[in-house]
Design a protein around this ligand. Structure first.
Ligand SMILES: [Zn+2]
Length: 229
């Protein structure tokens, strides 16, 4: 059974900027000022203004060949699940069914007071921050720094990493805990780690069994072509 762990590198080809690295979002916005839950609680309007800009990027983004390739692998029975650190829902839009959203979903909002969830379309963003019918402040249903991983997603991700024979690590340097633990957990249960990244990462020299230094789209294309033969 193969499972994929995906990150920001996968969605860069869809026009969503990566958070880290050259031209990364965190070069423009200090994560402690914008992506920490305490910063959000202190000044939700400021954070929402940045999110409105980000939301626009996500709205315009479309799944790219890598998203579609992973959906095809699932359809063909080679891939059991995708654990994604991305919040753009592009895997689902590409047709993937078993998607574990480790860091939540930016298309949903959650009320900080009562916990009610809304789809983004159901909420008018004219005045920021948007509010719940209970008047509580709405927050994107994504994991901010200082917040825990949603327990259901965390448990499922761990279970898949313990069971899989192959873990595809795609478009992520897997540096941020606790997602960073997942490749190691899979490896300890004797899974093979296949890493697909444009550049080598700390995983390449430590636990990866195979390193494909290429774009996710190219790698998925090659894998599907190989399986078709
Ligand atoms: Zn509420």
């Amino acid at each position: 059974m193969a499972v994929a762990l995906t990150g920001a590198g996968l969605s860069v080809e869809s026009g969503i900027p990566a958070f880290r690295g050259n031209q990364g979002l965190w070069d423009r916005y200090d994560p402690l000022e914008f992506a920490h839950i305490e910063a959000f609680r202190a000044d939700p309007q400021k954070v929402w203004k940045m999110l409105a800009e980000l939301g626009g990027l996500v709205d315009r983004a479309r799944p790219n060949p890598a998203h579609r390739g992973l959906a095809r692998l699932e359809e063909l029975g080679y891939l059991r699940a995708i654990i994604t650190q991305n919040i753009d829902a592009l895997h689902q839009r590409a047709g993937s069914r078993e998607v574990i959203e480790f860091h939540g979903n930016g298309q949903r909002l959650v009320c900080l007071s009562c916990g009610r969830r809304y789809s983004q379309e159901a909420v008018v963003l004219e005045t920021l921050p948007p509010r719940c019918s209970c008047q509580g402040v709405l927050k994107p249903d994504v994991v901010f720094f200082g917040e825990p991983i949603p327990p259901a997603a965390s448990e499922k991700a761990l279970a898949y990493c313990r069971q899989c024979d192959v873990l595809l690590v795609i478009g992520t340097s897997a540096l941020v805990a606790p997602a960073s633990h997942l490749p190691l957990i899979a490896k300890q249960q004797s899974a093979r780690i296949v890493e697909i990244n444009l550049e080598r990462t700390h995983l390449s020299d430590t636990i990866s069994d195979v390193v494909l230094e290429t774009s996710a789209s190219q790698a998925l294309n090659d894998i599907l072509e190989h399986l078709g033969r």
